[in-house]
Design a protein around this ligand. Structure first.
Ligand code: FAD
Length: 386
């Protein structure tokens, strides 16, 4: 294989895997180029189902899938899944933590960074866990939550609210308290109506809300079952007790590769700066042959699967144009929309509807749009299961 014919994709979860599948279909491109999809993780993970998977027995199998060559690429293909970590990026090659084809250096014609974000478990598993360990940790959390009498959730963004809903739907008698720094649920990036609808649902479901206040961070406070009842102190002087603490804050993009090579290519949120065509804007890549997609990228829109889909659609086309010498097209961001289920049967959401602006979804539609299956079919349909 001539060394300049590699399309390198770093990260094989949602953005990376989705992009590899799209590119593999472009046979006029892949007749010349081969895709190298690189990730050390043994499983692709579906964060959208991770909260239910950590509460409801049976769901632990619905948020991950083992990453295997034959699950991603058709048999006999030249494309490859490489189980390795990229430890360095340069203008025309990446460095791996292990050898591939006799070298730790992998040259590329073009590269896409899809390194995502880190969050506490269960929103993301530890990269080094085997598929069985992912499942075992989810089952352990199901048991811990089932045994808890009093759960304290720290953070009232979509994750904290969804977790309250999953626990309430499965454990009607567990005391749940949710602490949120903002005066309303979510924050001012979201329509006020959505916050109000969710607040009404949580109150009706007997979730105690502590709004406009925040916990005082103490050493060792992580999502976990506590040995005894633990007291969480807040800045406004409240003392809240719980025997299971759930941390629903903290999402950091995995962008150390770029931070090491060119820190000026990162935004203030530490996502990778991209231009209108989703090419990484860094003097490190003078040929503009490197793109970034998904949670690690500073592309327009929320860090969401909606943005992942929009990003990889643009990149698959622009990469083909770049390699063929054609004109690139400006990226079209995904739609502005958010659905926050509260368990499988309730929740609220909105979508931007052109001139009507942000418009609330009928609440009865939420279970059908997302609440029932948490888009798991979208995740599993990507894999080859023959
Ligand atoms: C509870 C929850 C609910 C959500 N609900 C929604 C929703 O309803 N709708 C929606 O649109 N979005 C939702 N999201 C967001 C959505 O799940 C994410 O935006 C999406 O999964 C991000 O995918 P990604 O591939 O960019 O990143 P990730 O899934 O983080 O994948 C990154 C991959 O890169 C790999 N990697 C990292 N560093 C390296 C390296 N150096 N070398 C090689 N590989 C590396 C990692 O191992 C990992 O496999 C939700 C998220 C959560 C947590």
């Amino acid at each position: 294989m001539p060394e300049n014919k590699n399309i390198v994709i770093v990260g094989a979860s949602n953005a990376g895997h989705g992009l590899a599948k799209k590119l593999a279909l472009d046979t006029t491109l892949t007749v010349e180029y081969r895709i190298l999809l690189i990730d050390p993780a043994s499983a692709a993970y579906w964060p959208i189902a991770s909260l239910r998977a950590s509460v409801v027995p049976g769901w632990e199998k619905k948020c991950y899938k083992e990453l295997k060559q034959e699950g991603i690429f058709a048999s006999g293909t030249k494309h490859q899944l490489i189980k390795a970590r990229v430890v360095k990026v340069a203008a025309d090659h990446v460095e791996l933590d292990r050898e591939f084809e006799g070298s730790t250096t992998v040259p590329f014609a073009t590269m896409v960074l899809c390194t995502g974000a880190s969050q506490p478990f269960p929103m993301r598993p530890k990269q080094e866990w085997s598929p069985q360990e992912v499942e075992d940790h989810l089952k352990q959390m199901q048991r811990d939550i089932a045994n808890a009498k009093s759960v304290v959730i720290i953070g009232g963004g979509p994750t904290g609210i969804e977790m309250a809903g999953e626990i309430r739907a499965q454990h009607p008698d567990t005391k749940i308290t949710l602490i949120h720094r903002q005066p309303r649920l979510l924050d001012d990036r979201f329509p006020k109506k959505l916050s109000n609808q969710l607040e009404a649902i949580l109150k009706k479901s007997k979730v105690d809300l502590v709004l406009g206040d925040e916990h005082i961070q103490e050493d060792g406070l992580v999502t976990d079952k506590q040995d005894t009842i633990r007291t969480i102190r807040t800045k406004n002087g409240k003392e809240i007790q719980g025997d299971f603490i759930f941390i629903a804050i903290g999402n950091s993009p995995n962008t150390q590769l770029i931070a090491d090579a060119d820190p000026s290519a990162l935004s203030k949120e530490r996502t990778i700066n991209v231009n209108d065509y989703l090419q990484v804007t860094s003097s490190l890549f003078p040929n503009k042959n490197v793109f970034a997609a998904g949670d690690c990228a500073n592309s327009p829109g929320w860090r969401s699967y909606i943005s992942v889909e929009a990003d990889i659609t643009s990149i698959s086309k622009n990469m083909a144009a770049l390699l063929r010498g054609g004109p690139l097209k400006k990226h079209t961001p995904g739609p502005r929309a958010m659905v926050v289920p509260f368990g499988p049967a309730a929740g609220a959401g909105f979508a931007a509807m052109g001139p009507l602006g942000d418009t609330a979804l009928p609440q009865m539609a939420v279970p059908f749009v997302k609440g029932k299956d948490l888009f798991t079919s979208k995740f599993f349909e990507r894999f080859i299961t023959a």
